[in-house]
Design a protein. Structure first.
Lengths: 198, 198
DNA sequence: TCAGTATTTGACAAATTTGTTAAACAAAAA
DNA sequence: TTTTTGTTTAACAAATTTGTCAAATACTGA
């Protein structure tokens, strides 16, 4: 039977290992051998469970995309007030970034290689809802006047870039691991202050 | 002779083509054959001029790093007032980003693979100078109170991320090329408004 | 022109990586 | 136990990619 515990364990274990290598360690070009070694399994099991290297890559990419969207959706359609939603999003993003600092970078490189976006409808629904609440917040003077898309770009940039670019920032500015951890911890407040007027 | 025009032409031409593929088109894993084809030369010329694929990659990486640092240095040590320096930096960055949108992304992936930073001394001099002027600007109430490093991270994030992440943003938010061009053009003002109080 | 030097090319070898297959092995059902 | 099904392994083949080398070509200065 293809649904017993053992089967799933190995299949899921390989996928999780790939996820860790891609998103956690930034090894975007891991070979099947490297993934198998990291998972402690025979290399050909990757072919057995996923047919090909590409199929495994696609699967991890799609999974991450869907997961991210679900996460964002649950915040946007929650009952929190606008500003609290943003705080929640920052918190969640930092938790995610702690485990998978290179995820966004990986997504971009995949999109560059011609991957396409999965759930366009869901994204449309989210953006519509966000735009509505954004308009209200702007009226209330919570945010400087600007296009909602610019606010979204600002927000995601301020959250994701420092995490994704950590090796570059840290090396070029000669910061220790402790320095950078502290800097990241301070960022939530900095980002809120930067995004909101009051 | 190894310094005549023809020699340099081919060598520089190959290097520029590699630069275009990496930084301009985001093809971080271009093979020697792909680079040679794009340059319209025989593949083995890459070995003739650069010994190995790795050496060529290193060279492009180092060149870009030095160029970026020089560019930043000339702004920081110019006679402009603080705020004008930031404006200048944004302008220059967008010009650069227009030709090489994936440069920063490439730098990060290279750093991830263990590349090291070249001119640490020069960077220290720049940071020292920047921190001094930053303190003054903060005293004058031009900027909200924060660590200078946080300001730098904010600035670079707001400038670079939207360019590097363009394929992701554009696809996930269903924006046309024209839409995104316009959004980027509006960003200089948005960034200045976001970074400065007055 | 001609010798000497630098550049370019194609053929080849080596290394790396992926995917297939048949056989061994393990677990569950008959 | 035997059969059946699903899982794991090693050996092999194929594809891709890199690097070397000798021969061919182009260029330079005497």
């Amino acid at each position: 039977m293809s649904t017993d515990r053992k089967d799933e364990a190995t299949e899921v274990h390989i996928k999780n290992t790939a996820k860790r290598l891609f998103f956690g360690e930034g090894k975007f070009n891991a070979t099947t051998q490297e993934i198998a070694d990291a998972a402690g399994v025979n290399r050909t099991l990757i072919n057995y469970y996923f047919r090909s290297r590409d199929k495994l890559f696609d699967l991890v990419f799609t999974d991450a995309q869907i997961y991210e969207q679900k996460r964002t959706e649950s915040i946007i359609f929650s009952e929190l007030p606008f500003k609290a939603k943003i705080e929640e999003f920052i918190d969640e993003s930092f938790i995610m970034a702690k485990e998978y600092p290179y995820m966004e970078l990986y997504m971009v490189t995949q999109f560059n290689q011609g991957c396409y976006f999965k759930d366009e409808e869901g994204m449309d629904r989210m953006l519509k809802k966000f735009y509505e609440e954004f308009e209200v917040a702007m009226e209330e003077g919570l945010i400087r006047k600007m296009e909602p898309i610019q606010f979204i770009i600002n927000m995601i940039s301020l959250i994701s870039f420092p995490v994704a670019m950590r090796p570059l920032f840290q090396k070029s500015m000669r910061l220790t691991d402790e320095d950078y951890e502290r800097i990241l911890n301070d960022r939530k407040q900095i980002i809120m202050d930067t995004l909101f007027c009051k």
